[in-house]
Design a protein around this ligand. Structure first.
Ligand code: CP3
Length: 398
């Protein structure tokens, strides 16, 4: 049997050219193992024995789009999809205690990672259940989450002498265990996403010791002592490369860098503290894991999105809800995969408004690799029925 002309295996003619274009399944070398399995595939296809889903069992639509393919309908996942809008999350959290207890309980963290996929089988991606503040915890800050208020980190980095910190890199190990556990349970079609915060966003918490209005403390440091901020960012960046690399070794298919506060910087600072650091991380990761796509999410970058897309070394870009999808499509490099950007509040609203907002996103990105997502994390008071509506519209083409 000759394979020439079978469009499914575009790479194969070059392999076959060396072999006279004829399959020789009895030869025993690696190429022939591939060829034998192709023969089995083709034979089954001829008699129509295998359903398409079985044939494509290793196909991960979200990963394919991250690598530059277009898919219709687009793959979908939601930022912060594992969390408080799910009653099953709230139940497990009440049972186990605090948020960090959940992150460090490998069974619970794996279960929470899988919860949204059980409820919404249309999801194409699972995101590891953890937090961006695990990195400062590993660097040596104390981390706690105060109910109703958010994270607390001590000592505050603006005062601390960096050389006095005592890193606890073993604090990252349980997260890799969670990755392995989830990986063993995921369907082969689901893309598994790891993540970390970008140095700038993580630094805003490390420097203020908590979430801060307009990230004022870190931005002041950017003017008062940029060299010190550089040192903090370099430290975070180094640990982040190790952390993401560990997640990839443990089994994630792609990683996302959350830069939730990149929008608060002036343009020259954005270049130095956001783009340069992201590019360094991307470069280091690519040396270790050349095939693992990196998604950058520079929330609030606005007019600086184009520069970020071109210079930050990432493979795909997450867009927040304030960017007009049609403008984004015109502004960004032609085939760069885009992820986003439904307003999380449209998802709370539901009904005709939601339908229109989803349509706008789908239409704007129909000509490029697109991953459907929200422009920021799903909010706690989002009705589950509206998420179901969203899944139906994106996957059912309504
Ligand atoms: O996306 C997911 O489902 C995976 C898990 C995930 C969490 N946080 C779990 C979490 C991810 C990817 C994050 C990212 C994160 N964490 C960011 C960047 C994205 C964003 O939303 O901007 C930031 C800035 C943080 C830091 C953080 N974690 C804050 C400020 C808070 C408190 C405020 C809040 O949203 O509750 C957290 C806590 C947190 N991280 C929760 C969850 C599910 C809530 C914990 C709880 O009370 O049960």
């Amino acid at each position: 049997m000759r394979l020439a002309g079978n469009a499914r295996f575009a790479a194969l003619p070059s392999l076959l050219a060396n072999r006279g274009g004829v399959l020789k399944p009895r030869d025993f070398d690696p190429i022939n193992i591939i060829i034998s399995s192709l023969n089995i595939y083709l034979r089954k296809k001829e008699v129509g024995a295998l359903p398409q889903s079985a044939v494509n069992s290793a196909d991960k639509p979200l990963l394919a789009v991250l690598k530059g393919e277009r898919r219709d309908p687009p793959p979908i996942w939601m930022m912060r999809q594992a969390g408080r809008y799910l009653p099953e999350y709230r139940a497990l959290r009440a049972d186990k205690g605090g948020f960090l207890d959940l992150v460090y309980d490998t069974d619970a963290a794996a279960e929470i990672t899988l919860q949204p996929l059980r409820r919404f089988p249309e999801l194409d991606g699972a995101i590891l259940f953890s937090d961006i503040l695990i990195v400062p915890f590993a660097i040596g800050q104390n981390l706690s989450f105060v109910a109703g208020e958010g994270p607390r980190l001590t000592p505050v980095m603006a005062d601390a002498r960096i050389r006095d910190l005592e890193p606890h890199m073993q604090r990252l190990q349980p997260i890799y265990e969670t990755v392995k556990r989830v990986k063993a349970e995921l369907s082969p079609q689901t893309t598994f996403l790891g993540f970390a915060g970008s140095p700038w966003t993580v630094a805003t918490y490390m420097i203020a010791g908590q979430g801060s209005r307009e990230q004022a403390e870190a931005r002041r440091l950017a003017y008062a002592d940029p060299g010190k901020l550089d040192a903090i960012l370099d430290l975070i960046a180094m640990v982040t490369v190790d952390y993401l690399s560990g997640q990839i070794d443990a089994g994630v298919d792609a990683v996302q860098l959350f830069d939730s506060w990149s929008g608060s910087l002036a343009p020259a600072q954005f270049e130095r503290f956001v783009i340069a650091r992201t590019a360094w991380i991307a470069d280091q990761l690519r040396q270790r894991h050349p095939d693992t796509p990196i998604i950058g999410f520079p929330r609030g970058a606005g007019g600086k999105l184009g520069a970020y897309a071109r210079e930050a070394g990432i493979d795909a870009i997450g867009i927040d809800e304030t960017a007009d999808p049609a403008w984004v499509h015109r502004e960004l490099p032609e085939n760069m995969p885009v992820q986003g950007n439904l307003d999380p509040l449209a998802l709370i609203a539901g009904g005709a408004e939601l339908h229109r907002a989803v349509r706008r996103v789908l239409d704007a990105f129909s000509e490029r690799p697109h991953i459907f997502n929200l422009g920021h994390g799903i909010q706690q008071d989002t009705p589950l029925a509206h998420v179901e509506e969203l899944m139906r519209q994106v996957k059912g083409g309504e």
